[in-house]
Design a protein around this ligand. Structure first.
Ligand code: ADP
Ligand code: GLC
Length: 449
């Protein structure tokens, strides 16, 4: 089966979060099942610089305000199609934000162009290749199923839409309809209209043949007002076509035995050595208590404001925190403020350091208010770093909570807390983490027995 994956991020080329990891790992995971997946990605400067021997396989004279090429190229084992549209993507800043941290005003056009290019490819724009199926990710790929549904390829080329995060809905003002190549007859509440605006995510949810999200629990949550963020009705209507499939992680990239950042790793002794190195790297005092790590975007979603409030309790009980993240300026400032002998803070994005943190941490904290899947808790599980997570979404599906029963059966893999509140997080018995970790690493812990 020939599949075209339409994504705004793809590791190792361009990443702001888990979407990149998943988009980058999916082709390799599906290849043994007979799927050839090509990945359509915008030609951001960082992507263009990584290309060698790229060949133009399609040219568009007018791709949302300028000419564009589709370049075919292989990078890191990925079969890529790059939308080289300098008027949309050749600019400084990130994939979605400008250098001052604001959304690019033409984001709707930029990712409509990506989705439209996917539809053109579905309709034969590349001479010797056509997909059987187009797979759109999040709001950036949401218009692809719509354009295809309104093109000659409708019914021939099938479409799947995956929700990685319903909080980003791809909203654009109604007056952009013509610029986004949306027919006025499709601007109504059973199609692309959403409370008076255009929603490109809703376009995908209404027009794709099948819908998926990234964990079974999040799929159920999404059909409730508490988590559906206004789109629960659309998803309930499509329940028969909607399924939650748990994300996996790339075990070649996240492999304690082969990880170049894990110099001294070997369980059970390696944890202590890596922890000592990590303490040094974060200027933390030597201590007996658990070293808790966080690698995260610093946003409301991730519940890290709750962690800030629970921090005194964690420290009182002898715990330490090492945090790596970027995001909301107020959270960045508040964590910097909290730094001290037992709290190490790195504001920034650092892939290599994130590996060392998995290697050296006792526990990885993920106190998210909602979490479609979450990947860092799974990395933690691979590295003997116990997940302490909120009971929501994919966190509920990937961690077996420590209870007297699960501990005695030897199947617990982490600690879950509920409700997602400062009290529940504070009482999540971080002290257990040490016991649990010793159990995983084969050491006995008298407190637990
Ligand atoms: P989300 O996609 O919502 O941000 P995930 O847990 O699915 O959450 O994925 C986050 C990914 O981004 C993980 O691979 C994590 O290691 C990585 N990551 C997040 N923040 C940073 C950072 N500051 N430095 C390095 N990696 C980070
Ligand atoms: C989103 C979600 C995260 C998920 C990732 C990959 O960014 O916030 O929970 O793991 O997508 O699917």
């Amino acid at each position: 089966m020939q599949v075209l994956s339409v994504t705004s991020e793809c590791a190792p080329l361009i990443k702001t979060g888990g979407l990149a990891d998943v988009a980058g790992a999916l082709p390799g995971a599906l290849a043994p099942l007979g799927v050839r997946m090509r990945t359509l990605l915008p030609g951001y400067p960082v992507v263009m610089r990584a290309l060698k021997d790229a060949v133009s396989v399609a040219h568009f004279g007018d791709c949302f305000g300028g000419p564009a090429d589709v370049l075919a190229v292989e990078v890191a084992g990925l079969d890529l199609l790059i939308l080289d549209a300098p008027h949309l993507f050749d600019r400084p800043g990130g994939p979605y934000l400008n250098q001052s941290g604001g959304d690019w005003a033409d984001n709707p056009e930029r990712f409509a162009a990506l989705s439209w290019a996917a539809s053109e490819i579905a309709n034969g724009a590349i001479a010797d290749w056509q997909p059987d199926l187009v797979h759109g990710h999040d709001w950036q790929g949401g218009l692809a199923p719509y354009y295809i549904a309104r093109s000659p390829a409708a019914g021939q080329v099938r479409t799947v839409m995956t929700i990685h995060n319903i909080a980003f809905q791809g909203l654009a003002p109604a007056w952009k309809q013509a610029a986004l190549r949306i027919s006025p007859t499709d601007f109504h509440s059973d199609a692309l209209e959403y409370w008076g605006q255009i929603s490109t995510l809703k376009a995908g949810l209404v027009f794709a043949d099948r819908l998926t999200t990234v964990s079974p629990t999040y799929a159920e949550e999404l059909m409730t007002p508490q988590f559906g963020m206004g789109l629960e009705g659309v998803l309930r209507d499509r329940r028969a076509d909607f399924v939650g499939i748990l994300n996996g992680i790339d075990e070649d990239v996240w492999s304690p035995a082969a990880d170049p950042e894990v110099r001294t790793y070997k369980l059970p002794k390696g944890k202590a050595a890596n922890k000592a190195l990590l303490r040094e790297e974060f200027d933390l005092a030597a201590a007996d208590g658990p070293l808790c790590v966080v690698v995260s975007r610093l946003t409301e979603q991730k519940g890290l404001d709750l962690l800030l409030q629970a921090l005194p309790t964690l420290l009182e009980r002898g715990g330490q925190l090492a945090l790596l993240g970027t995001g909301d300026p107020w959270l960045e400032a508040a964590f910097k403020q909290a730094a001290g002998p037992n709290v190490g803070i790195r504001i920034g994005y650092d892939e290599a350091l994130s590996h060392r943190m998995m290697a050296g941490g006792d526990a990885i904290l993920v106190p998210s208010r909602f979490e479609p899947c979450g990947l860092t808790q799974m990395y933690g599980l691979r590295y003997g770093t116990l997940p302490l997570v909120a009971l929501t979404g994919g966190l509920a599906d990937t961690v077996i909570p420590a209870t007297p029963a699960s501990i005695s059966a030897g199947v617990a893999t982490g600690i879950q807390f509920y409700p997602v509140s400062v009290e529940a997080l504070s009482n999540a018995r971080t002290s257990c983490v040490i016991c649990m970790n010793r159990r995983i690493t084969g050491q006995r812990c008298s407190a637990m027995l």
